[in-house]
Design a protein around this ligand. Structure first.
Ligand SMILES: [Zn+2]
Length: 118
């Protein structure tokens, strides 16, 4: 039985089979991964992705050079937002955050992915 602050969910049929297939692949890379962590992390990542997709049309790329990316954010009166790449990490200078929507948007740019993988 679930403890207070917990909730039990049930998967069955095709969904369970698909989740188990992907879990097996992930577990090969990370043997300590539990099925519960795999499923809950995947759900959170997906929700974050949806949020980024919802907000991304309001953000556009202005310029990109070396380690500095400038974005325009329609939600903030077209304010210019600066994101910097430092030691292969992205930081939004405007928000002073490593995980805001601007960082998510920047991470999705092919040029940035390329720069980070070098
Ligand atoms: Zn930001």
């Amino acid at each position: 039985m679930p403890q207070p602050g917990q909730r039990t969910i049930t998967f069955s049929g095709k969904v369970l089979k698909k989740l188990e297939e992907i879990y097996t692949l992930e577990k090969n890379k990370n043997p300590s991964l539990s099925f519960a962590s795999f499923v809950s992390e995947s759900a959170l990542i997906e929700l974050e992705r949806r949020q980024i997709l919802k907000e991304a049309p309001l953000i556009s790329l202005i310029s990109l050079n070396d380690d500095t990316i400038i974005l325009k954010d329609l939600r903030k009166n077209n304010r210019l937002i600066e994101v910097q790449i430092k030691n292969k990490n992205l930081k939004c200078i405007s928000d002073d955050k490593f995980d805001c929507i601007h960082v998510g948007f920047t991470l999705a740019l092919p040029e940035v992915r390329k720069a980070l993988s070098n």
